[in-house]
Design a protein around this ligand. Structure first.
Ligand SMILES: Cc1ncc(COP(=O)(O)O)c(C=O)c1O
Length: 491
């Protein structure tokens, strides 16, 4: 790409192409409004008015940093719908919600317990705020190479070893829709005076219909962030932070959010949240009542496809029925290859691929037609793959989040320490100075302060070579940032 001449609009062009493919492609990724197919007040209003609605805080439109008018009203309605004491609208997704939860609950040097398979935003909060992590081992599935929820026993053990812990962050659910025993863990936290934070980025719809898991707030969370855009039809980036005001004051959360969010919040995003809330209250129950039996039928059809296996949650954990995680290893191709073929040959957009796994997110905008296109495409993919030559299947593990590289410095200390760039192959034994992750799901493979071992360098190499997207600071992910060794000691 040459940047000297400025007549092109590459982003807009690419976006228009994707928009033109809206009819051809059946999607099982987020956002849930499915390119406008989920009828809501917002999509109806957007029409021609779209750009005319993109205004800034003017009289009558309130101000997100200090809402006293229509934004405040909309936030109160959201809080009421979610059974929260306060709702804060977010315009940088649950990414900002997770950071805000941690900065509201912990100060510099405070201990926070969290599973290792957290989203990168939790690590960013540790760098920004200086809380010190104690990682909990999530339940791992070594065959699939993915991690699930945390067991209450692991939390109890960590609380015994770290009575000083100020907060615990849980995923409810994980990216793959798995929920641990949140209520039992909330009980432990309450007894020990530990603040409970829930990253419910993938659970905004929880609690709004029968057959869906209960919301984290109803199970005892103090703070909970939900990506309304992922599953409930608002625009990408629009999320909500929900508070039950016990240990954490609403003024604290507002102050932290004002530190982190733009002073020019998009009214398109904000108003799409208002509309999504109304949809959740009035339409979610009937929509999911019709949808979930269709998803059951889809599961039965997919379960009968040779070479494919549907992931079941580990014992004692539950699954959001709208998430379908497929083990494709029986087809002799990788999840990355299956993802590519589904889009290119059968017009199906999945949410994510891992070495052995594909994830489809079913949304309230789906129905018999889209679900049967997914099943047809999976049948065709399986028939095609099983009749061809196996590609050579990538190994899934080692699963990094269950057995992570050792943390030898706090993420904040490591992030601000002098560093140098080395080839990945030479990094073993060095302390990492950056966050490296596969995206999606955006879970760090290694984070600042962890010491590179051979498992993690292998994992990074494998994701790169098998076509996954690696997010690192470097243009070339085969080069990594490590800390400068100090004379006579660590790092
Ligand atoms: C577990 C988890 N938390 C937080 C986020 C961030 O959410 P958002 O995309 O709304 O910023 C994601 C994004 O995928 C996620 O998977």
């Amino acid at each position: 790409m040459r940047y000297g001449r400025q007549e092109g609009t590459p982003l807009l062009q690419a976006l228009r192409l994707e928009a033109e493919r809206a009819e051809a492609l059946v999607r099982f990724d987020v956002p849930g409004h499915r390119q406008g197919r989920m009828a809501s007040d917002f999509s109806r209003a957007l029409g021609d008015l779209g750009l005319r609605m993109d205004v800034n805080a003017t009289p009558g439109l309130d101000f997100l940093d200090h809402p006293t008018g229509v934004i405040r009203d909309a936030e109160c309605l959201m809080a009421n719908a979610c059974d929260a004491d306060e709702a804060f609208f977010l315009v940088n997704g649950s990414s900002v919600g997770v950071v805000a939860m941690i900065l509201s609950a912990c100060g510099p040097g405070d201990t926070i317990l969290l599973p290792r398979n957290v989203h990168r935003s939790a690590i960013h909060a540790l760098v920004l705020g200086g809380a010190v992590p104690v990682f909990l081992p999530p339940e791992a599935d070594p065959t699939l190479g993915i991690a699930h929820g945390v067991r209450p026993a692991a939390v109890r053990d960590a609380l015994d070893r770290h009575p000083e812990a100020r907060a615990l962050l849980l995923l409810h659910p994980t990216y793959f829709g798995v929920c641990g025993d949140f209520a039992a863990i909330a009980d432990l936290c309450r007894k020990r005076g530990v603040r409970l934070l829930s990253d419910s980025a993938h659970g905004a719809h929880f609690g709004f219909a029968r057959g869906l898991p209960p919301s984290a707030l109803s199970l005892g969370a103090d703070l909970c962030t939900v990506s309304v855009h992922k599953t409930c039809g608002s625009l990408t980036q629009s999320s909500v932070l929900l508070l039950r005001e016990r240990a954490i004051r609403h003024e604290t959360v507002r102050g932290v959010l004002n530190l982190l969010q733009t002073s020019s919040a998009s009214y398109l995003l904000l108003s799409s949240l208002d509309s999504a809330r109304r949809w959740l209250v009035h339409e979610a129950r009937d929509t999911f009542a019709a949808l979930l039996p269709q998803v059951d039928d889809l599961r039965r059809r997919v379960a009968a496809i040779p070479g494919l296996r549907l992931m079941a949650p580990p014992e004692g954990m539950t699954l959001d029925p709208t998430k379908l995680t497929l083990d494709v290893s029986g087809l002799g191709i990788s999840g990355f290859e299956a993802y590519r073929r589904l889009r290119e040959r059968w017009g199906v957009q999945m949410e994510l691929a891992e070495a052995r796994v594909l994830l489809a997110v079913v949304s309230p905008a789906d129905g018999p037609e889209s679900l049967s296109r997914l099943a047809d495409a999976l049948e065709a993919l399986a028939a095609d793959a099983l009749s061809g030559h196996p590609d050579g299947l990538p190994e899934p593990g080692p699963e990094p989040h269950a057995d992570p590289p050792p943390l030898v410095l706090s993420p904040r200390e490591a992030f601000f320490s002098p560093s140098r760039i080395v080839p990945l192959a030479d990094a073993v034994g060095e302390i990492c100075g950056e966050t490296i992750m596969a995206y999606p799901p955006g879970i760090p493979l290694i984070l600042p302060g962890e010491r590179f071992n051979r498992d993690v360098t292998e994992r990074i190499r494998r994701v790169h070579e098998s076509g996954g997207t690696l997010v690192t600071e470097m243009d070339d992910p085969r080069r990594v940032r490590v800390l400068v060794r100090q004379e006579g000691g660590a790092p």
